[in-house]
Design a protein around this ligand. Structure first.
Ligand code: PLP
Length: 381
């Protein structure tokens, strides 16, 4: 067959339980484009794409950062644009080196990507199969679930604990044939943290041969302890980071996977991994911008506490988020409220089946949240 995966990759697929018949489909998947073709699958359409919005829209649906990239990042990206006729591979190498050093990791333990969606989808593809399931929390970020279903892997859902953390004890035992256990901390959509001790527990008690994927997209908004030390200790762990959230570069695309070099090599096989030089340059400059994280963390915390105390004052219940989004209980089908808010030009996030009367709201600027408050009181009256 034309374009079959390499012998090494074929062996990997067969060992993971794919049949020889599956190889053709996997070949098509791997060769469909320079990057993973999942972005083109209707089943994996971008979850937060609202199309064209009115000019005065309040867009608090996608956990973006209204502050955008910092001044240092903008400057660095202009520099990359000026020489944009060149691939500028060195910019990814510099980003990898800078992040590795900041996280206490050896060279080779970081691979940059154009955002974190790309390595997330690759990791699910690399470690699940019809015989190796994906274990995740309910509710959590939907992208891993969708990818596993596309691959033909079983998805095992484990409810969050009563404190809204991942139930790592239940996750460790959920399926002896698990290939990948996905943990998002702080979790999307709940904004709640799973502790370093719990991640360490999961790594010690997970099924043999499985890998933990820890998505730290929102880590900088919280006081949670990052788990890079567990990567440095060579655990079966891949951590994802993105520059789309606190660093304000969602449209500019930069992210990274951190893990043991053998794990990183496995996911690198699933695509060409071309990256934008702008995103890479902006990401490195953002990491070096000394006060960016504490300043933005404080802005987010102040705005979040303000809107949550407003909701408490009006007797709404909400989850105790430590992130840049929160879930509020609207006591009726959440989508009704999402639509009613959109009629007020306030575009809030989506609804998860596990919590059907909760809507997810991103913490925006003070001005945006003032408009949210007005529209929310009107819609909920
Ligand atoms: N992981 C989580 C938990 C997210 O919420 C998102 C986006 O909202 C992503 C990953 C992907 O973000 P990006 O591809 O922009 O890095």
């Amino acid at each position: 067959m034309k374009n079959m995966p390499s012998a090494e990759l074929q062996k990997d697929f067969l060992e993971r339980g794919f049949s020889r018949r599956d190889l053709g489909r996997l070949a098509a998947l791997l060769t469909a484009g320079a990057t993973l073709p999942f972005y083109n699958e209707p089943a994996l359409a971008q979850l937060s794409d609202l199309g064209k919005l009115p000019a005065d829209a309040v867009k608090i649906n996608a956990n973006e950062n209204p502050l955008g990239p910092c001044a240092e990042a903008v400057e660095a990206m202009y520099g990359a644009i000026r020489i944009g006729g060149r691939y500028q591979y060195d910019k990814a190498a510099v980003l990898a080196g800078t992040l590795a050093e900041m996280e206490g990791l050896r060279p080779g333990y970081v691979t940059p990507y154009a955002g974190s969606s790309d390595p997330l989808l690759r990791t699910v593809t690399a470690f699940t199969s019809p015989q190796r399931s994906l274990v995740l929390a309910d509710p959590t970020y939907e992208a891993p679930d969708r990818t596993a279903r596309f691959v033909g892997a079983k998805v095992v859902r484990v409810p969050l604990t009563k404190d809204w953390a991942h139930d790592v004890r239940a996750m460790a035992q959920a399926d002896p044939n698990a290939g990948l256990l996905y943990v998002c901390s702080p979790n999307n959509p709940t904004g709640t943290v799973t502790s370093h001790a719990d991640i360490a527990y999961l790594l010690e008690h997970k099924p043999r041969g499985s890998v933990v994927l820890l998505d730290e997209a929102y880590i900088h908004f919280s006081d949670a302890t990052p788990c890079s030390d567990l990567v440095a200790a060579d655990k079966d762990l891949i951590i994802l980071r993105t520059f789309s959230k606190i660093y304000g570069m969602a449209g500019l695309r930069a992210g990274a996977a951190m893990g043991r070099p053998d794990l990183l090599r496995k996911i690198e096989a699933y695509g060409a991994n071309m990256f934008p030089a702008t995103g890479m340059a902006g990401a490195t400059a953002s990491l070096k911008a000394r006060n960016l994280v504490p300043e933005r963390k404080k802005i987010n915390q102040d705005n979040r506490e303000d809107v949550l105390s407003f909701l408490a004052k009006h007797n709404f219940s909400f989850l105790p988020s430590v992130s840049n989004k929160f879930l509020v209980d609207v006591k009726r089908p959440g989508m009704e409220v999402v639509r009613a808010m959109a009629a007020e030009r306030v575009y809030i996030g989506r609804v998860w089946p596990a919590l059907p009367t909760h809507v997810r709201v991103t913490v925006g600027t003070r001005e945006e949240m003032a408009k949210f408050k007005t529209a929310f009181l009107k819609v909920m009256a």
